[in-house]
Ligand binder design. Structure first.
Ligand code: BTN
Length: 247
């Protein structure tokens, strides 16, 4: 992973470009990095503010020989790679909000957007897009997200090395990804759970136009969140939107 790194000063979205070159047949492990994105994308059709070179914006193309239904753990593995790298290189301990929001003090430091191309039973490629707010000052963030966003610089009080952190994330990701291929899901989920700010909390789940309230119990080995709902039913939630209360 990272043998081929394609670097751009400005691009629409590293995920868009990664999907394009993946469709054209690029190698497993190709990484696309951009200084700035003009239309960075977040989960569930949201925008991702990344019009500044103070952040870390990149995407990894993977070609896992796995069933599409087993892929969710890759996103959890990516968030483990990110939080462990931030702790190792900067000594900052972040939290992870299920499935993949990277959180400090209840504010959003980064996120992961995983997109895939698959047919029944076969994965063509997976693009794991990672965005981390590194050296932005508070004023950099759009007014609408200023209450909810944080950067490593705001947390540490000094500028951080984006290249060191990127290198460390890629090294860590290589290791956790190998774990996924070897079926070490439990180990990865245990490492994920150590940083979780979701497990044990009351969560609100928006699911098929319904809303359920319950307590997040744990993450199943396929990466789904197990929620004991107030209506007495235990539900296993995949990728859908959840809101974690009490942060
Ligand atoms: C989220 O939390 O909603 C996910 C945010 C993911 C942002 C990254 S930045 C690099 C890559 N390119 C994109 O357009 N999005 C992801």
């Amino acid at each position: 992973i990272g043998a081929d790194i394609q670097h751009f000063d400005e691009i629409d979205s590293t995920n868009n470009y990664a999907k394009k070159i993946a469709n054209e047949g690029c190698a497993h492990g190709t990484v696309v990095v951009a200084e700035k994105q003009t239309t960075g994308r977040g989960r569930i059709g949201r925008q991702w503010q990344s019009d500044t070179s103070e952040g870390i914006w990149f995407s990894i193309v993977l070609r896992p020989e796995m069933k599409p239904e087993d892929l969710q753990v890759i996103t959890l593995a990516a968030s483990v790679a990110v939080v462990e790298a931030i702790e190792e290189t900067l000594g900052i301990v972040c939290g992870i909000k299920w499935p993949n929001d990277i959180i400090i003090d209840g504010k959003k430091l980064g996120g992961i957007l995983t997109e895939l191309s698959a047919e029944p039973g076969h994965v063509n490629y997976v693009v794991v897009g990672i965005g981390i707010n590194a050296n932005q000052d508070l004023e950099h963030f759009d007014y609408e997200i200023r209450q909810k966003a944080i950067s490593l610089k705001m947390c540490k009080g000094e500028t951080v090395s984006r290249s060191n952190l990127l290198g460390s994330i890629l090294t860590n990701f290589e290791e956790v990804y190998k774990g996924v291929l070897l079926g070490k899901n439990k180990e990865i989920i245990d490492r994920w759970t150590k940083y979780s700010v979701t497990i044990g909390k009351e969560v609100k789940i928006a699911y098929r136009n319904m809303e359920y309230i319950g307590t997040a119990q744990s993450v199943a080995s396929d990466g789904r969140l197990i929620v004991q709902c107030k209506d007495g039913v235990t539900r296993e939630i995949s990728a859908g939107e959840i809101q974690v209360r009490g942060l």
